[in-house]
Design a protein around this ligand. Structure first.
Ligand code: NAD
Length: 494
């Protein structure tokens, strides 16, 4: 990652964008567009087509046509595998372009986006390419004279609706296994960050993905997202985003064709520091980035820090020093540690959360201010609140911004109780040098992910998903394939 490479790409003109339907880039039937605004400086990058319900219907019809034709769903697995590897190679070949385009669109600091966006997306396509020819059916242990076969089949049309944080990575987590299983896909990127996914779609076509197997509809959630959720010919809806929208999708499924709905939602993830943590300095460093990287716009962000009382003051002092020293600035500068808030509305929500926490009696120790390292952009300094109590909004509600709530605890039971006192259950972390305690906490924490003496970093080989109101599905790993496959029984009299 070189500054010269980034600077050469940062001002490149971006053409206005259309919808991808059956291998063609087309204008929306609504004739409407919305601006893609860069959070770096508030400038408009280009216009995005706003899909209406009729556009969505055409995209679903295209996906259905391609699926039923067998052009992808019945292609020899070895050939499908090759095309998915070729997509990964195209992403690798366009790594810098995709990284810079994505950062211009959503403001993630380039040091992080470089690895997390094209880096993860390429790894994801390679991984699921390798799954294609390893999906075996089964022969059941049936009585003499009968044969029970279990086939694994693609389901049909998958709608993927994704958020604005890490669009390329999260998009790939859905598109790659859905395609590997043989489905056709309609992708709906977030209106706040569509550009890198639109570019990915073109790279998929260039790599030989047949027309109609991947369609992309941009525009608003309320219209394009809703039309997908209520479409009678979508078989699976794979969603990553907020809880309130997740609820709407379940309702839409119930009121339409009972499509399967997989939800990857938010969290208020506890990061639990015991006084026997092996290295408090390291724990503070990693915990700070566990909440502040990408300005806290990370579903698994460790936004609730629980610290054992005996080390509370020392640990908070360390964190304050780190938080105050983090460089917030132009996300396309390779030395920037914290980039921009992705959109103006999120910056406003972050500020509301900061004010509410102060009103409710939490103590703001550092940060929380809106700053302007680049004129016109959306930036905020990392905030840390202590004297937070479990009943406060800051301890209960997801902010999705760089705001950390610190709560003390007395012993393991108390720490565990506070950690599980949430409607969410996405990620968590435990810092301890005691192996038995670590395993006890792994067993007892109600979360989809438990980190031990680290925060963040699990690769594509392990699943990511939540329990309770953090969702019901898993992206990543071989387990994600199950979401996109149907089981069919053949019962044969011999
Ligand atoms: P969001 O729910 O507002 O939007 C997500 C997507 O849903 C967007 O594409 C949007 O256009 C679409 N949408 C909005 N309203 C819709 C509707 N009525 N019908 C259908 N689609 C609709 O979420 P966001 O603000 O983009 O992302 C932030 C949220 O995502 C946070 O809560 C965060 O925790 C969560 N998230 C979760 C994970 C995870 O893996 N669990 C990962 C990243 C983000």
């Amino acid at each position: 990652m070189k500054q010269e490479t980034i600077d050469a790409l940062r001002h490149q003109a971006i053409p206005d964008q259309g919808l991808l339907i059956h291998g063609q880039w087309v204008a929306s039937l609504s004739g409407q567009s919305l601006p893609a605004v860069s959070p770096i400086d508030g400038q408009t990058l280009c216009q995005l087509a706003v899909a209406c319900a009729e556009d969505v219907d055409l995209a679903v019809q295209s996906a259905r046509r391609s699926f039923e034709s067998g052009v992808w769903s019945r292609m020899a697995p070895a050939q499908r595998k090759q095309i998915l590897h070729r997509i990964a190679q195209r992403i690798e070949a366009h790594h810098a372009e995709l990284a810079v385009l994505g950062v211009r669109d959503n403001g993630t600091e380039i040091a992080m986006a470089w690895k997390a966006e094209p880096g993860s997306a390429a790894a994801t396509f390679h991984y699921y390419a390798e799954c294609v020819d390893k999906i075996n059916g089964e022969i059941a242990p049936t009585p003499e004279g009968t044969l029970g076969l279990i086939h694994k089949e693609p389901v049909g049309v998958v709608a993927a609706i994704v958020p604005w944080n890490f669009p390329l990575m999260i998009g790939a987590w859905k598109i790659a296994p859905a395609l590997a299983a043989g489905n056709s896909v309609v992708l709906k990127p977030s209106e706040e960050a569509s550009l890198s996914l639109l570019r990915l779609a073109q790279l998929c076509l260039d790599a030989g993905l047949p027309p109609g197997v991947l369609n992309v509809v941009t525009g608003t959630g309320a219209v394009a997202g809703e039309a997908l959720a209520r479409h009678m010919d979508v078989d699976i809806l794979s969603f990553t985003g907020s809880g309130p929208v997740g609820r709407l999708l379940l309702k839409a499924s119930a009121e339409s064709n009972l499509k399967r709905v997989y939800l990857e939602l938010g969290g208020k993830s506890p990061n639990i520091v015991f006084d026997d943590a092996p290295d408090l300095a390291q724990a503070a460093k990693v915990s700070a980035m566990g909440i502040y990287r990408n300005s806290g716009q990370v579903c698994v962000a460790g936004s609730r820090l629980l610290v054992q009382r005996s080390v509370h003051d020392e640990f908070v002092a360390r964190l304050l020093k780190i938080a105050a020293s983090l460089r917030v600035g132009d996300p396309l500068d390779v030395t920037t540690e914290i980039g921009a808030i992705s959109n103006r509305a999120q910056l406003v929500r972050n500020q509301q959360a900061v004010h509410r926490a102060s009103e409710q009696g939490a103590r703001l120790r550092v940060g929380g201010e809106v700053i302007s390292p680049v004129a016109g952009g959306y930036y905020m300094t990392p905030a840390l609140f202590d004297q937070v109590t479990p009943d406060m909004a800051l301890a209960r509600d997801e902010v999705f911004g760089p705001v950390l709530a610190v709560l003390p605890f007395d012993d393991e039971d108390h720490g565990l109780h506070l950690a599980n006192d949430s409607v969410y259950g996405l990620a968590s972390a435990v810092w301890t040098g005691n192996l038995s305690r670590a395993h006890r906490m792994v067993r007892n924490l109600k979360a989809g992910v438990v980190h031990v003496n680290t925060y963040g970093g699990p690769d594509i080989t392990v699943p990511l998903g939540g329990v309770r109101q953090s969702g019901n599905g898993h992206d990543k790993s071989m387990h994600a394939m199950d979401k996109y496959l149907d089981l069919k029984t053949a019962w044969i009299q011999l």
